[in-house]
Design a protein around this ligand. Structure first.
Ligand SMILES: [Zn+2]
Ligand SMILES: [Zn+2]
Length: 167
């Protein structure tokens, strides 16, 4: 465990905003160590950007940010491969309706990825409801269905945007 790591035991639910991108990456590194996979530098950079952005990040937006950081061109496949790894390991999800990516709040348990996404400001929130997740999994099993990729996208208007609309 590194100093800035998050202790999984005290890692609360609905924690998304409580830790910095640096802490989230350190936490991911610990999980990768435990799984015996490598969180390479580029994977760490991409994950940090996903946490820093307050909206789902498009691949080209990530590439531009990385080029700015490193002051050199980045080949798109490099970023797509990093994203593939992050998705495979449960650290990130693709939001199909936005063709963009968000980090996952509970990578340690491969959750069901249930997201609320604001159409106006693009803020997103990942719902952490193990009961609801279990129900989804049970329904799939009941239907004899084997899920391969699980992301639930609920689109609408966030509380903050609703407030400004009312004024
Ligand atoms: Zn998730
Ligand atoms: Zn909003």
């Amino acid at each position: 465990m590194t100093e800035e790591s998050i202790n999984p035991e005290v890692f609360p639910e609905n924690n998304r905003g409580d830790y910095s991108a640096v802490q989230q990456v350190a936490y991911a590194r610990d999980i990768c160590d435990a799984r015996g996979v490598r969180l390479t530098h580029i994977r760490q950079q991409v994950l940090a950007l996903l946490w820093e952005n307050k909206h789902p990040s498009g691949a080209y937006e990530l590439i531009e940010a990385l080029e700015l950081q490193g002051a050199r061109p980045i080949a798109p496949p490099t970023v797509y491969r990093a994203l593939d790894f992050l998705i495979e390991q449960g650290f990130a999800c693709k939001i199909e309706s936005r063709n963009a990516f968000v980090p996952c709040a509970s990578p340690e348990r491969f959750n069901e990825h249930i997201f609320l996404i604001c159409d106006d400001c693009e803020a997103w929130l990942e719902l952490e409801d193990p009961q609801l997740e279990q129900q989804l999994a049970d329904e799939a099993t009941h239907a004899g269905f084997k899920p391969s990729r699980r992301v639930v996208e609920v689109l609408g208007t966030c509380a903050k945007c609703l407030l400004t609309q009312e004024v």
